[in-house]
Design a protein around this ligand. Structure first.
Ligand code: FMN
Length: 162
């Protein structure tokens, strides 16, 4: 089974889970990189990121050269911003057509849970088969080992079910 993890991460939590899942599947991994990264640390990131979500921004991203048709399973991972997926996914989903795929979703949040993150992904990716979703609370800061284990168990169960 060929798998691809596609993720965005501002401060490393989503990256940590994305890498864990990709290693467990022995698959490929692609990071979505905005051309202009928003500031990390402090409060400014919430203003920048919150504004991007509010205005449904499509920030420019670095080109992604992937042939999605060659994968059996695609996993999308995002931090939760203002209860939704990070705005770089607006750009990514507009530029890249993903159809007739098995898709698993994960997100990292700061305690507010996933909000509309998964609902929005499913709306934007209609026509695909959603095989799982899971949310992690700040895995790097809260429970790194526990999150690592949960991520591995989650993706293993999905793999076995396919
Ligand atoms: C702009 C912005 C908005 C956020 N909004 C939420 C939110 O609505 N709910 C929540 O639980 N956490 C929120 N967070 C916290 C992040 O989702 C959380 O810290 C996540 O683990 C960060 O992932 P990362 O390290 O991959 O960037 C927000 C963070 C940022 C920067």
């Amino acid at each position: 089974m060929k798998s691809l993890v596609i993720f965005y991460s501002l401060e490393g939590d989503t990256k940590f889970i994305a890498e864990t899942i990709s290693k467990e599947l022995d698959g490929n991994i692609t990071e979505i990189k905005p051309v202009k990264q928003i500031p990390t640390g402090g409060f400014r990131k919430y203003l920048w990121g919150g504004k991007q979500v509010m205005f449904k921004d499509k920030p420019d991203i670095e080109p992604i050269n992937e042939d999605f048709s060659k994968y059996d399973l695609i996993i999308l991972g995002t931090p939760v911003w203002a209860s939704r997926f990070a705005p770089v996914f607006n750009t990514f989903l507009e530029k890249n057509k993903i159809e007739n795929k098995k898709i698993a979703l994960f997100c990292c949040h700061g305690g507010g849970k996933e909000g509309k993150t998964f609902v929005d992904f499913k709306e934007k990716l209609k026509g695909n088969d959603f095989v799982g979703e899971i949310a992690f609370e700040d895995p790097l800061k809260k429970d790194k080992e526990g999150s690592l284990l949960r991520a591995k168990q989650w993706i293993r169960a999905i793999k076995e079910s396919l």
